[in-house]
Ligand binder design. Structure first.
Ligand code: NAD
Length: 499
């Protein structure tokens, strides 16, 4: 099998950084090395930023309607290339092709939102705030902005960022995950076909060195980051120390509360999809089931055990599967080690997926679904984000105990409650300290015209991502007070101006 070189895309051209170190990219289903990605240095980052700076001069003043037309063309190309993008995801990330198509679709929806940018950028105007004085406010782009993205959504998460950044009149430098970087170049190709001027969208491949160069670069105005909490914190601190606007979305430990009155068949199905879909490699995956009461717990687990045991697992390019492999062997080892630690610390492993082998894919990075009961908050499997197909059950006696458990958890990304009681649901929505809440909906990822963001250690910064919040993040407000006609005669005023 040929090994492709995954390059940078700067000023409209693919380019390979001179003397760069390279990292292997693998197909997680087979374990084969399929590509090599260049690890860019500060020099390549600077090259991309200079290209973005050059492009911004014209792009920032291009009328929003024309910028929207580029987005409309891009939208059409994304629809035509939907399967191609999904295949690129599956072959480097491992998730099933159907799941990858869903990822692309959620990204496309952000582009649909970006097509409405002329309306979204409309300012406000107040006539005659004083004699012959008008006041108005409008938003202008920031300049060059950058996005740093995780491995688990190589298409959708970059699309949470660049469509709105570009539509708002900024130019963009993307640093995708080095684990599944190919999709970034497909998106660059489609943007070019959509007639986006060269230099408005650039891709710099790499790891920590490239990220640090972006954080320190004086010509980058804002950074959007999505990834794990320890790195999100570093990004936020280092980026803001360089006076940049930063939104840094971090990791998660998402709970699902199952009330005794819930429809348990529905709750169990929801848990299966939310816990094991994409092999648990989702920031909105449910990793903790919290049944209220012993009876609820027993009845729920009776439903879950056979389903977890019979998950259909294999090469994500084959049809009819529930989940594929994990992204890398290192990650597989990490997830397996968490399962070991759960057993050592006394949790009951009801279904053990360790050592799972897919015939014909013996070198793939597979693990079967794992299901724990009797997990307590002190255990490592509860405290840490495992990011694998491992569902922990924490039994609680009451609704109040469930709320307390969640409030003591440092993360606040997503949560769901399953109940048929309106009072409980309303109380939960109002009081829970989590950014995205589902009521009988297991993965409450907001649609593209709302915004996405967690609370607590799941987001550093003041802005959520995509949707209306992205307008605020990717632009700055200008307020103007103007007097016309100029013929009005007034003497000098030395007191603070009041109208
Ligand atoms: P990661 O934090 O390891 O990497 C994210 C990005 O940061 C990558 O581009 C990587 O190259 C870069 N990076 C890694 N280490 C770095 C360092 N020391 N210094 C500078 N840059 C560094 O995350 P990941 O493993 O790629 O993705 C999984 C994580 O992302 C999970 O924690 C998941 O919850 C989180 N995630 C969060 C959201 C959200 O919306 N909150 C969405 C998707 C993923």
């Amino acid at each position: 099998m040929s090994v492709k070189l995954i390059q940078n895309f700067i000023a409209g051209k693919l380019c390979h950084p001179a003397n760069a170190d390279k990292l292997s990219v693998t197909n997680p289903a087979t374990g084969e090395i399929t590509g090599e990605v260049a690890l860019s240095s500060a020099a390549e980052v600077d090259q991309a930023v200079q290209a973005a700076k050059t492009a911004i001069v014209k792009w920032a003043t291009t009328p929003p309607l024309r910028r929207a037309r580029v987005m409309f063309r891009f939208l059409e190309l994304l629809q035509q290339n939907h399967n191609r993008l999904a295949e690129a995801i599956t072959k480097e990330h491992g998730k099933t092709f159907e799941d990858a198509k869903g990822e692309v679709q959620r990204g496309i929806e952000v582009v649909e939102f970006a097509c409405g940018v002329p309306h979204l950028l409309k300012g406000t105007f107040s006539e005659q705030v004083a004699n012959a004085v008008d006041a108005y406010s409008f938003r202008q782009p920031l300049g060059v902005v950058a996005g740093i993205t995780p491995f688990n959504f190589p298409v959708m998460v970059p699309m949470w960022m660049y469509p709105m950044a570009i539509a708002c009149g900024n130019s963009f430098v993307l640093k995708p995950s080095e684990k599944d970087p190919s999709a970034s170049l497909l998106m660059a190709e489609l943007l070019q076909q959509a007639e986006l001027p060269d230099g408005v969208f650039n891709v710099v491949q790499g790891g920590r060195e490239a990220v640090e160069a972006l954080l320190d670069h004086p010509d980058i105005a804002a950074i959007s980051f999505v990834g794990s909490t320890p790195i999100a914190r570093i990004i936020y601190q280092r980026g803001t120390a360089h006076d940049k606007r930063v939104q840094a979305l971090g990791g998660a430990k998402n709970h699902m509360i199952i009330m005794p009155d819930a429809d348990l068949d529905q709750a169990a199905s929801a848990l299966m999809g939310a816990g094991y879909g994409s092999a648990g490699e989702r920031c909105m995956a449910i990793s903790v089931a919290v049944p209220v009461g012993e009876e609820t717990a027993n009845a729920l687990l009776d439903r879950l055990i056979p389903q977890v045991k019979t998950l259909k697992i294999g090469n994500g390019m084959e049809p009819g599967l529930d989940m594929g492999p994990l992204v890398t062997r290192t990650h597989l080892d990490k997830v397996s080690a968490y399962v070991d630690s759960g057993v050592e610390q006394g949790a009951r492993l009801l279904v053990d997926g360790r050592g799972y082998v897919v015939p014909g894919h013996e070198n793939g990075f597979f693990i079967g679904g794992c299901l724990f009961d009797k997990v307590t908050p002190e255990m490592e499997i509860y405290k840490n984000e495992i990011f694998g197909p491992v569902l922990s059950t924490v039994r609680v006696p009451t609704y109040a105990a469930a709320m307390k458990l969640v409030h003591n958890n440092p993360y606040g990304n997503g949560i769901a409650i399953f109940t048929r009681d309106g009072d409980t649901a309303r109380d939960f929505v109002s009081k829970i300290e989590v950014g995205m809440v589902g009521v009988n909906v297991p993965i409450p990822v907001p649609v593209a015209f709302h915004s996405f963001g967690g609370w607590k250690k799941s987001l550093f910064g003041d802005h959520d991502i995509y949707g209306p919040e992205s307008i605020n993040f990717y632009t700055r407000l200008k307020a103007v007070t103007s007097r016309w006609p100029t013929g009005i005669k007034e003497g000098a005023k030395f007191n603070f101006p009041t109208l």
